[in-house]
Design a protein around this ligand. Structure first.
Ligand code: SF4
Length: 75
C-alpha cells in the first residue's frame, strides 16, 4: 500500500512519541507504512480537519466524535 502521504508532517511519524519508542515503532509499522487507511489521524485529516496533536492512530472514537470532542477546525 505504500507510505501514508502525511508522514512528513505527522507528529506520530516525526517523533511526538519519543518517550514511547515501542509504541511509535508499532504505529509506524502497522499504520504509517502499511494500513494508513485504518489510521484515525488519517481519517480525520482526509475529511478536511486539522488533527489534534496527541490523537493516536488507534483511537476507537469515530471521526465525528473526535471532531466534536477536540473541536477540530477545518484546515
Ligand atoms: S499516524 Fe496516521 S496520519 Fe500519521 S503518518 Fe501515520 S498513518 Fe499517516
Amino acid at each position: 500500500m505504500g507510505k501514508c502521504r502525511f508522514y512528513e508532517v505527522c507528529p506520530i511519524y516525526t517523533g511526538i512519541l519519543q518517550d514511547q519508542e515501542m509504541s511509535a515503532k508499532a504505529f509506524k509499522t502497522q499504520f504509517c507504512e502499511a494500513d494508513f487507511d485504518s489510521c484515525k489521524r488519517y481519517a480525520v485529516r482526509i475529511r478536511g480537519y486539522l488533527v489534534p496533536k496527541k490523537l493516536l492512530p488507534s483511537s476507537r472514537m469515530s471521526v465525528d466524535e473526535i471532531v466534536e470532542k477536540y473541536k477540530c477546525p477545518k484546515g
